[in-house]
Design a protein around this ligand. Sequence first.
Ligand code: SF4
Ligand code: SF4
Length: 443
Amino acid sequence: MSRTLGRLVTDLGERSTYDAASQCSRCGYCETACPTYVATGRESRSGRGRNQLVRQMLEGRIAGSPDLQGALNTCLLCGACTSACYARVPTPDIVLEGRRMLGTAPRWVEMLLSFLFQRPSLLARTLKVAFIFKRLGLAWLARKSGILDLLGLKWLAAADAHVGEAPSEFLVERLRTMRSSEMPAWFYLASCGPNYLYPRVGLATVKALTALRGPVRLLESPCCGLVCYNYGDIEASRELARRVILHWGRAAAEVEGGGDLPVVVDCSSCAAHMKSYPQLLLEDAAWSEPSRRFAGRVKDAVELLAEHAAGEGPPSPKARSFSAGIVTWHDSCRCRHGQGIVDAPRKVLKALAGEGFVELPESDSCCGGAGAFSFSHPDLSDALLRRKIGSVASVHARVVAASATSCLIQLAHGLKKYYPEAEVRHLSEIVADAVGEEPERNP
Ligand code: SF4
Ligand code: SF4
């Protein structure tokens, strides 16, 4: 079974990974857009450098080495290079292909992730136990005592230090009790971040879009497969994608016109991944068409909030005056670079906050969260985080709005540490306030 995709969907059409990497003309336009190049000044830490390395691997001219692993593993997969590139070279996908060829993740990590994420109830039970440990302070104790370092689990200590939330009740447990018999106007798919870590974000999305668009139906599905796609087994990622599409197909069949309803996802990383299912299932003839249909229905919550809250489509709320002080927008990488969503959140925030919305300098630069990057590369991640928080402080913001789970974790950590005057909120929470219902705090 292949450990790689082999073929990528690029803006110039389907290409083999080699041809996609060969589209890089080495012009260097992406260099200054690449956060890891800006932070290190090293060619091997840039989009251009990484594309050349993967190309050389595919030509058999270089093989695995610590340097090569370092170059590929330090990529944030942010996609800023692709946005800056006139040929739209899909560097994050090329880097991931390189990592899979090298097998940079230990095999036991791949197997554990595949095993857990394909079993949602076991994953939920595991997280419940971990969160009980965290709430009791035992995780803190293990971290402070140095036992995690001794066991070679430094990344777990970093994860515990970063993640401030440990809800006792997951989002889908709350939403199941709110099930309505009304015909839905949209589906809500609770991805892992809002489900396990930020139920308040999911509740805010449901409240805001129910008020603005109409009744919702919860689409219960397993993980979208992004974790396995980035850190694990590509076949497990494909299997999860098929299951998500099946769940959607069954739910859509129960509703008249259900296949045309938007499927709203309020973590931009997951939304971008689900929109890329056609690439993931490219070689699977039976799933190629369903994956295209499903991907066409996926909407980042930011997109739908803009359609309604910014007055593009009826009904539009009468926004309460925004009294929290200056609000700014951090472009989550998979929102801006992964999905090309730039204007939508700005329209919402301008509609709600008016002059209180201020553009963030370098808003499109990664905050250093990037999935598990902040746990696996704490020093480089912190350098990017400090730069981001410096930008927030420079505009005297009191609220930073964002749209991806990883950014919410990273920015909450960074603001607490470097600029406690501000807080980070998901865009849904701000709109939920504006439509007159306070979003709930995590239970
Ligand atoms: S990835 Fe694009 S922008 Fe960067 S060097 Fe290659 S062609 Fe130029
Ligand atoms: S995805 Fe981000 S970190 Fe990786 S090469 Fe591109 S700009 Fe640099």
